[in-house]
Design a binder for this molecule. Structure first.
Ligand SMILES: [Zn+2]
Length: 344
């Protein structure tokens, strides 16, 4: 991920091949389906599917919390409704080895982006002298999670020596949409089996939903009960991350992709990292709401310690909601997603 974020940029896009309309992947079927792109390790794909099946078997109280309603925009929480909410925003899952530098394609087709003069709020934090640093920040929607994994790995000095940085999860589609919009070009992502066997998904909206997962998501150091990776508490934690990531597929204009703000110095351990939200319905709030709703399934199925850790995770996320740029308390942002149009 770190290497990717340094090298990705307009130059790499301009040198990639142009794609034609006939190379585009089939339009998404109306039945919501998650496509696991070739290259995702079998065990990771399986774990993800198991987590999603678990979500479908959960039960939720008849009364939906006001806060969940407000954050997710759902009047009634049910397994199907939550599952659909997720699949509206997550369509493709790619693995850690998916090299986005080699997978981007630029179309010759003209594209019209909405709200081109309205800068996304988070970009205000990304204006830095160093261009490389700016690009790095832009593509590090999930920087913090990776750093956490990295730090813990370093102390362990074990199997992760080769890379040093692990991907937990990141929303590639959101970053790519923003890149295309900034450069007013239509960018596609080749999700085919290889660099040569192309299947191109045009990124016309952050809702394209291309999520990258990596072994960090399943790493013992980031797992509540490492001895039982598949127990309910661990699944709730992973699903919470997925819901957080899904929110990056939303937004328009100011709220586009709900990119994170750089945390202020008061938030000591997060200060300087893009790990905060200046709104009440961004990725961290979505994580809090969904984890709290899912934790209702714990009852006798999670230990007391596990329930406590889940509560701590939600408190930690909630602490990252900071004031808006005017210094007022954070408010809800428009969560409808931008859609660009191809000019015929
Ligand atoms: Zn995020």
């Amino acid at each position: 991920m770190r290497k990717l974020s340094v090298t990705i940029g307009l130059s790499s896009i301009l040198f990639s091949t142009l794609f034609a309309q006939n190379a585009l992947a089939q339009a998404k079927p109306t039945i919501k389906k998650l496509t696991v792109v070739q290259g995702v390790p079998f065990d990771q794909a399986n774990a993800l599917k198991r987590d999603l099946n678990l979500l479908k078997a959960m039960s939720f109280s008849t009364k939906t919390e006001e806060v969940s309603h407000s954050i997710l925009g759902l009047t009634k929480i049910s397994p199907d409704v939550l599952h659909d909410w997720l699949l509206d925003r997550v369509s493709y899952v790619v693995g850690e080895k998916f090299d986005v530098n080699k997978r981007l394609e630029v179309s010759t087709q003209k594209v019209l982006y909405p709200k081109i003069f309205e800068r996304p709020d988070f970009l205000a934090d990304y204006i830095v002298e160093d261009k490389e640093e700016a690009t790095k920040r832009l593509f590090h929607l999930e920087e913090l999670e990776q750093i956490t994994a990295e730090e813990k790995t370093e102390t362990k000095e074990d199997e992760e020596k080769d890379s040093g940085v692990m991907t937990v999860m990141s929303n590639l589609g959101a970053g790519i949409y923003n890149l295309g919009k900034e450069n007013r070009i239509l960018v596609g992502v080749n999700i085919g089996p290889s660099v040569r066997e192309k299947e191109i998904v045009p990124v016309l909206s952050p809702r394209v939903g291309i999520i990258q997962i990596g072994k960090g998501l399943f790493h013992p150091n980031l797992t509540i009960t490492p001895d039982e990776p598949n127990n309910l508490a661990n699944s709730i934690n992973r699903l919470g991350t997925l819901f957080h990531e899904a929110r990056h597929s939303d937004g328009n204009g100011k709220s586009l992709i709900f990119g994170h703000a750089i945390c202020p110095s008061e938030l000591k351990e997060y200060a300087g990292f893009a790990a905060c939200d200046r709104n009440l319905n961004g990725p961290y709030s979505v994580g809090v709401a969904t984890i709290l709703e899912m934790t209702k399934n714990c009852k006798t199925r999670c230990s007391e310690a596990e329930t406590e850790v889940l509560a701590m995770i939600t408190l930690d996320s909630a602490s990252r909601i900071i004031k808006d740029r005017s210094g007022s308390n954070a408010k809800k942002w428009d969560d409808s997603a931008e859609v660009a149009k191809i000019v015929k």
